[in-house]
Design a binder for this molecule. Structure first.
Ligand code: IVH
Length: 686
């Protein structure tokens, strides 16, 4: 039942009255909760577009079931009951809201509706376009040029008297010499906080460990509602005028002229464009989208107004909004849709990424049907399941993201998401090492999703060093199906004719490739281990493993505790190595490599006994001047020391270079000896 509370393509017409009423009540509850949070607490709980969607769902229900409209429906109400801390003031002229259009068709329809109410001679009037400033509406009164009162919009009929706080806004004129003869001038506009001031304010709040504001609009609202005008005065607010509601000189006949006049007499107004057809309005709207990020303040669209004030009067008002103006809002950046399913994708390096399959939805101007859920931890953090309604956010070029899960809408039969135990591509076991966010497929050498990456790594200079087999050719052979796993490289000599056909390679080039492959068969155990591309096993770890185990078989058979004895191998890497050698397909590929003739000289295991640093455990941190950390590590190991990654009570010494951080602090705390670079160089004899 709760399923269709939010806009979904479900059929509402078959539902019985009770269900409709329940849906309406739930929507009303959510809208009211948000209205209070937004208008009274200045602390919204929903994105504007989410709020719009909830309202739209309610409007649709009310249109479809007019008999069931609830008496307290918030649809025709503006704002919320004002806070009682300020005096309440009834507006002379109600402060209304604006209707919205979201695309060119909507805009066209708006202009058509205007035409429908105009005579033949008045058709296709001129329109004036302004920026839709994202602050809060305020009405100002001036008597004979003297500022006397500022009132918030409140519920549209009654607002709050914020005169004292408004006086502190620096660009707001307190005296208008050009309006000194006007008995009562009422100017309306938007109080906002420019982006730079907002960032400064939040930075300061963070430093003082105070509450930060969610966005400039809330910061502006919160500042105006300060009971202490001194605090309000310290806030970087600005006032932008957008209409004259009483006292406009008669000779002014258009909205654009009214704004020009406001500017002349001392107000700040934002950009204005006058157009004569919907196309031009669209072009201007699109140009504003392009430049909105460069503006010093936030806007959420444009406002399109019939320019002639006489026509405005003729067109009049609907209950909540003028017929002569509409907001052309920017595409919603957060929308609500259903997450139909969660699929797991295997990346080139074996990580499993959950991808949310969405009911396609337009967000930030493009249709989105997939959204990354990053990793299993994120799924747990969001507590998201297939079938949930979710809010999806996409701004600019940033990839879409699930920002909220509507748990209250969860279908009764939904199941928690589990991590697949086997790779969806190659069926090898999947592991999620303790403390890691990313689950991985262990079939590194075999998994088709990872093969290309595995091949490129395998032939690279520091691995098997098959110099003659460039990456481009390798990928082409892969794409032609000549090589799938790294073991297939050693079968390429059986496909020389194919190489010549596919790649138009000359015989000489083919011979070069084949002989480079042949040469690579003689390698070292360390290189071979590195070439396997086990996650977490870089060159140094591969060398350490070769030293520690001496033979491939014993490395392959090692349990996690034994692996942990290896310098540089921590819990996560140990698990990754262990599981790599447990994936049956990896073993097949290794067997094929050995069968094809890959071999290495016996490893000379350095006997640490008798070496000066035998039995010592070192940690290296910070940047060294004279060499890379790996080099320093090799030197210490050559002297018999174990070099590990983290400081503990068992650490013999910490080699600390420049900008040493937490490891140095820890060593000092544990009383571990700290060795500087000079002392180290003396020790290793450099
Ligand atoms: S004109 C009869 N012009 O948008 C209403 N409003 O969604 C006339 N707003 O309450 C409003 N920039 O707070 C107008 N250039 C602009 C505006 C603007 C922002 C706000 C205003 C209004 C809300 C309606």
């Amino acid at each position: 039942m709760t399923d269709s509370l939010l806009p979904t393509p479900s059929s509402k017409s078959t539902l019985i009255d009770d269900t409709i009423i329940t849906q309406m009540r739930t929507l009303i509850g959510a809208i009211k909760k948000h209205n209070y949070a937004y208008y009274v607490l200045d602390n919204p709980i929903l994105e504007d577009s989410e709020y719009d969607q909830l309202r739209l769902s309610l409007v649709e229900l009310e249109e479809q079931y007019p008999d069931l409209v609830q008496p307290d429906s918030p649809i025709n109400q503006v704002g919320d009951t004002p806070l009682s801390a300020f005096n309440q003031v009834t507006h002379d002229v109600p402060m209304l809201s604006l209707g919205n259009v979201f695309d060119y068709d909507d805009l066209h329809n708006f202009m058509r509706r205007v035409n429908d109410r105009l005579s033949d001679a008045q058709q296709n009037p001129e329109y004036e376009i302004e920026l839709k400033l994202d602050g809060l509406a305020v009405s100002l009164k001036y008597e004979y040029g003297q500022f006397v009162q500022a009132v918030t919009r409140g519920d549209g009929r009654v607002g709050e008297d914020i005169t004292q706080n408004t006086k502190t806004i620096r660009n707001l004129p307190l005296w208008l010499s050009d309006a000194k003869d006007i008995e009562l001038l009422e100017v309306r506009g938007e109080v906002l906080m420019p982006k730079a001031g907002f960032e400064r304010l939040n930075r300061l709040a963070e430093e003082n460990e105070d509450k930060t504001f969610a966005n400039p609009r809330n910061a502006a609202a919160g500042s105006l509602r300060q009971l202490d005008p001194a605090v309000a005065a310290s806030r970087p607010l600005a006032f932008y005028a957008y209409s004259v509601n009483q006292g406009l000189p008669d000779i002014i006949e258009t909205q654009s002229a009214a704004l020009a006049w406001l500017k002349d007499i001392g107000f700040t107004v934002s950009a204005v464009e006058v157009v004569s057809n919907p196309r031009a309005a669209q072009v201007y709207y699109e140009s504003v989208i392009e430049t909105r990020d460069d503006l010093p303040f936030e806007i959420d669209g444009t406002v399109i107004k019939v320019n002639s004030l006489a026509l405005q009067q003729q067109l009049g008002y609907l209950s909540r909004e003028p017929r002569w103006a509409t907001a052309y809002k920017f595409p919603a950046e957060t929308v609500i849709t259903r997450l139909n399913n969660i699929e797991w994708q295997v990346g080139r390096t074996g990580q499993l990424t959950p991808v949310g399959k969405l009911e396609p939805v337009k967000v930030g101007g493009v249709t989105v049907s997939n959204v990354t859920l990053h990793n299993f931890g994120e799924i747990q953090r969001l507590d998201v399941r297939a079938g949930d309604m979710v809010s999806v956010h996409r701004a600019g070029d940033v990839i879409p993201k699930v920002t909220r899960v509507w748990h209250e809408q969860r279908p009764d039969n939904s199941e928690p998401v589990t991590l697949p135990s086997n790779c969806p591509v190659c069926d090898s076991p999947v592991i999620l090492p303790e403390g890691e966010a990313l689950a991985r497929c262990t079939g590194g050498l075999f998994c088709p999703a990872q093969q290309q990456e595995a091949l490129i790594h395998f032939v690279s200079r520091r691995a098997m060093d098959i110099d003659g087999l460039g990456e481009r050719w390798l990928i082409s052979f892969f794409e032609h199906g000549l090589v799938k796993t790294v073991a297939d490289i050693y079968q390429l000599h059986n496909h020389q004719d194919d190489l010549i056909t596919y790649e138009k390679l000359g015989e000489k080039s083919v011979n070069n490739i084949i002989s480079a492959i042949e040469d690579s068969k003689h390698t070292t155990l360390a290189r071979f281990i590195y070439a396997l591309g086990i996650r977490g096993v870089g060159e140094t770890t591969a060398q350490n493993l070769a030293q520690q185990f001496g033979e491939l078989d014993s490395l392959m058979a090692a349990d996690i505790d034994t692996l942990l004895q290896t310098p540089d191998v921590g819990a996560i890497t140990a698990e990754l190595i262990y599981e790599f050698f447990r994936a049956p397909h990896n073993i097949e590929v290794i067997d094929e490599l050995i069968k094809a003739g890959v071999h290495w000289d016996a490893v000379e295991q350095t006997v640490a006994e008798g070496l000066p640093l035998d039995g010592q455990t070192w940690v290296i941190t910070g940047a060294l001047d004279s060499m890379a950390r790996d080099e320093a590590k090799a030197k210490l190991q050559a002297l018999g020391a174990k070099v590990v990654g983290s400081v503990s009570a068992k650490t013999t010494a910490l080699l600390a270079g420049e900008k040493a951080g937490s490891k140095l602090t820890k060593a000092e705390k544990l009383g571990v000896k700290v060795v500087g670079e000079d002392e180290f160089l003396a020790l290793v004899g450099d």
